[in-house]
Structure formats: C-alpha cells, structure tokens
Design a protein around this ligand. Sequence first.
Ligand code: ZN
Ligand code: ZN
Length: 765
Amino acid sequence: MSFAGAYKIHIKGLVQGVGFRPFIYRLATEQNLKGWVENRNDGVMIKVQAEYSEVERFISLVRARAPVASSIRSIRLLNSEGEDLDDFYIHRSNDYSEQITEISPDIAVCSDCLEDMKFQSHRLNYPFINCTNCGPRFSIIRDLPYDRPNTTMHRFRMCKVCYEEYTDINNRRFHAQPVACNHCGPEYEYYQQGRVIRDIEKILRELKKVLYKGGIVAVKGIGGFHLMCDATMDQTVRRLRSIKSRDQKPFACMFRNVETIRKYANVDDKEEKSLTSWRRPVVLLKELTKLSPSLNSGLDTLGAMLPYMPLHYMLFDEIDLPAVVLTSGNISDEPLIMDNQTAFSRLGGLVDAFLFHNREIHNRLDDSVVRIIDEEARLIRRSRGYVPEPLQLDLDVDGIFATGAELKNCFCAGKDKQAIMSQHIGDLKNYETYNFYTEAADRFMNLFRIEPTYVVSDLHPDYLSTKFARNFVARKSVNKQNQRNGKIQWIQVQHHHAHIASCMAEHQLDEKVLGVALDGTGYGEDGKIWGGEFLISDLDGYNRYAHFSYVPMPGGDKAVQEPWRMALAFLYQSFGEKVSQYYLEFLKTRQPEDIKMILSMIKKGINSPLTSSAGRLFDAVSALLNLCTESGFDAEAPMKLESVVDPRIEDEYNFEMRQDQINFNPVFREIIEDMQMKDSTRMIAAKFHNTVARVVTFIAQRVRDEKGINKVVLSGGTFQNKYLSETTARWLGDLNFEVYQNKLVPANDGGIALGQLAIAAKKRR
Ligand SMILES: [Zn+2]
Ligand SMILES: [Zn+2]
C-alpha cells in the first residue's frame, strides 16, 4: 500500500441536510480521490489521501460547485495519518444530534431541476420535481431520521426509474427523499364549480382563464395554501380583502423575475440577493409604481417574492401578467390553511377555484419576510426557508423550552448549544392559532427529542404562552414525580429584557450593554405597559436606566386600535384643556362627545392604563398628522408615518429629560407649530424620527460617561422601521459606539423566545 499524503478537511457552515456529503462523494470520485466524508456536530469532516496539489484543487472545486443551499463559513486543512482505503466512502451516522442537523429548511426548486423538466422524459412538465439540492424538507418531515418513510412522501411508492436514481450515488437525486416523477409522485388537482382537472397543461390554461377574469384561486403550496389573483386588478384585490376580512394589511406579490420587480420597486444589490436566494422570502422593497392601489393602501413598501415552486414557473410561462398576489390562505388571524378539506370548508363559496395537491403538509409554514436595513437582511417573519435551521449559541441551552410572547408568537427549543426557533405561529389570542401553537410545540419536542427540564415564559400573567408554561409544568411535574421525583423548573422573563437578550444571543454577547428596546407593548415589573426602555443589561438581569415617560392609554386596548386617542393623550399632556380649542384635521371626523369623553377619561384616569410604549408614541404622531387615526392592522400608523419621511430633512425637535423619564411634550408643541406651515407632513415625520434617534444617542452618551459602556443593542418591533433604525445606527456609529441589531430572528415579538432561552440558560448555570 502506498499513498502520497493524507489530509483532513474540516468544513464549517450550513453544510448538513443540503446534499453536501453526496456532493463531496461525487466530486472525490470524479477526481479519483480515496477517503471518506462524515457529518460532525460542527460541520463536515473529509479525509483525502492524495498529493497536496490535488487536495488544493479539490478544495477549490468544493468552493466553486457547492450545493446551492449550502454556505461554507470556513475550510481548514489538517495533516492526517494514512489509512488503508481503496475507495471513497460516506460514513452515515446513527447519532441523534447529528440526524437533527440533517433537517434542512425547504429549498426553492433549483435551476438544474427546471432544466430537467424540459428534457427528462419521465419528468416533462412535472410540477413536483426535486433533487438533493432542492425541494420540500421541513414541511414534509414527520420524524427522524430524515428518510422517506418518515416524510409525508411515504404514501408514494417510487417507480423503478426514480428508485434507480435514488440509489445511485452518482445521480443528483441520490437520497433525495421527496424524489418523484410523472409516473409515481404527487399530482395537482384543479376544482372549479364541480369540474375536476388533473392534466397539468389543462390546469394551467384554466388558471390563466380564471385569473384573467379577475378570479381568486386557493393554491396549495409548500407550507400551506395561498390565495392568488391578478395583482394589477384593483377590483379583485379589493374582493380578496373582503374574503380575508383584512381591511388594510398589505398583500405580498409574486413577480415573474427581478427585471419585472424593478419596474415597480427599487431593488438594490442586497435586496436582489435576498430575493434570489434559495430561501425565497418576501422582501419588503421601496415601491416606485403601483400595481394596484389596494395592495398596500398608502404605504410606500411592496412585499415582493420570486417563484420558488415548479408550478410558479409554469404559471408565469402561461400568463403574461407581471405579478400575482400570493397571500397566505387564511381568514383574518387564523393560521394558514394546510389541508385540502379545511380549504374546501373554509374557502368554498368564497374563492373561484381550488388548486389542490396530494403531498400532505406536515409542518405548516408561512412565507418568510425580510427587509434590508443598514445593508443587512433582517428577518421580520421567520418561517419557510429558515426554519428549523438552528442558531449557534455560546451557551448550553439543552432541555430549555421558551414559550415566546403572544402577538407574533414563535417558541424556541434548546438542544446542546443550539437554539431551534419554531416557525411563525401568529396571534395566540386566536383560538385556532393557539391550537396550532400547542400542536407545533408537541411536534418540535418529539422531532428534536427534547424533554424540557426548564421552561421560560414572559412575565405577563395573562399571555396564553405564559399559561401554556404553567400548564406544561404542572402536567410534567405530576408525571415526573411518578417516575423519579424530578422537578421541572419555570421562570419568567421581562419582555424587553428578552428583546435585548435575543439580540445579544445572536451576537454571542454576554456582558453589560445598553439595551434599547422600543416596541408596542410589554408587561413591566411595575405592572405598567412598557415599550420605550433603556436597560443596562446582560443575560443575568437588567436595570431600567431610563424610559419614555408614562402616558395614559384611554380605553386600554381600544387606544391601540384607535391611534387618535393616543394623539389626544399626548396633546393633553402638552397643552392641557385648551387642546380641544385647536383646529386639528384629525379631530374633525370625530364626534365632539367622543372627544370630550376621551379627554375626561385621560383627566380622571378612568380605564386609562399608563404606558411608556414607543409604538403608542409613533401612533400618536401618525394620527396627529391625520395619516392613520384608526388602525386596520398591527403597526399600521407607525408604518404610514415612516412612509412619508423626507430623508433630506436633518432637523429635530426638542425633548426633556425628567429624572429617568424622557418627556415628549416639547415635541408635540413644536409639531403643532410646524403644522401651521403648508405641506409640512413629510418634514414633521422626518423631524420626529430624527428626534427619537437623538434620544437614543443622548442616553447612550450619558451611559457611556457614567458607566463606561460602549455597546448598544437595539431591539423591539419599532426598529423594523428602516429610517429610524438606519439613522440611529449611523449616529451611534459616528460617536464610535458599537451597535448591534437583530438579523437572524425578528426584532419584533417573533424573536423574544430566543432571548428568553438565553436568559434561562444563564440563570440555570
Ligand atoms: Zn433540484
Ligand atoms: Zn418515478
């Protein structure tokens, strides 16, 4: 036996569950190299016995040809001992934690498969084509290991041709679990007024007809149903709104290609990169031209995505529309519909046609949403294409279950040093959504073999996620006592501390930072509603250094839905009684009795809980400028305020510091003065945003002077405001602060569970 040299190549990054080992195998055999490849907890290890120059060449080919969904973070070359090897091998593992890393997110159809659809005789126009580099993954997994019988593909028996491809290591479909073809795989079925069509070409022609006539179609996708219609037909878009009982919330659109998107929205390099990535999220873009006025009712952002299923490509080949609306198939706040029967019973009579398929969806997934802020893709909603990819932490989080918040709930489970975030669940107050939550939590614990010994929830006593924690602990404690007297622990974490910790965990920070948490609502230690918080925090705890001053919320939750009430509350604080004498546009549509009633509630403190919320402050300014007096969806008023900002304005308003409270009375007085000027809305919106950014830099400087803290962590839903976020980060950067923001998990309540998990891990230690 003789060999030239022996080397090990250690590759880190997203290299598991994306067809990486078969790729290495094929490349190595193509290059006539002997050795093996295996998964490790921290990546892939390759052994190669060859000359140094051959190994170098091999590594450069690995980089050049790596599977589309993989991403290589580092490659390390190590000297090794020679082994008696006569071929190249894939070592398969039986270790559970390694099997977990093989569950990849769902991957958009790859260009090779799109090409195969034209030439492979058994897959001509086959809309469920996939390979090791693409196709459904998490959405179809029922159990581990990730093998066909454990997916919802179990009911489809592979034909001889598919089986040969599946078992041939030199084939691109080697061990592609959802592999299928025209003869053996899933099929579409089109229903329209009692007619059923199964031929895909006929289906596409019918789809075209119904879309061109202004019809709405329920289409089953990867993670659930979509509702689809012509995005340029305003009347149809309005009808879609009434079906979904969603008055204002913007609809996402799927475009033919990037060039077409450019006609309607601005697309920079980073945005293009996100749009075309295999994860295929909805990307929030700056709108240039309207497709139809009712798509995003007055906002200047457009949610755009590109085709990611074979069917999407086939549809755009058939129709010549620039874009179709492709919004989640649900009614109002209910979860996305994912099975054919529910779709039929909930949407029958409302939509004009159904496009079903018979590949069952096991894990429900909404489309993910991304916005480029400060040159980075930031997740607004994390679901399809991202879940269940774990986040690497610097903490042992094994066995911790974090139940998340309430409104945009995601939960998070800990395995070793990995945080596995759930898909976007939604608003738990909706009964169906809460059922989805408990079911998804169950499935996560089973799939990832997590037996929680430590549960962490929000401090809010009435959040359904808190109640879930309480019940879970009660149930498990009973069970465990019977077994071995084990005890399951439960802790509660303050909402804004969790926001800051979510960002710290992402950046592996564990030291004292200034945490700036700006959002709508979070339960405070003093029982008040927090949301404009400056916390000196680490993962162990926090000290509330400063906060926005408290204002009454007349009518409680009613004030969230009706921002004009908040405008009145802030104006009353700034001007007292005489506010009713001002001639203000936004009050003109209100009944004088209503105004009187709200003022008296504020004055007497009747049903007016106090809040330091940044969201309510933005609401108030938006209403005062008459941009949004009644909110049709979460954060509508702040989004409308952001969309009118004139970025050329550099002025600010004055604010006051009273002990630890930041008071905005001067801001409202100066806004009223500015409102006397004609066409001042865009300027006022800019000055107001600049003021909030200034408040952050002002506090940051004080904290640095007093405590020597130079790291500033920005989190909370308000920082999804691109203008505010970029301005604040730039000004802090100019003052040499180190600024951290959420990227991998949402800055909104969808990221809270990660923070809860990190805090719990620290506490447990
Ligand atoms: Zn493919
Ligand atoms: Zn087949």
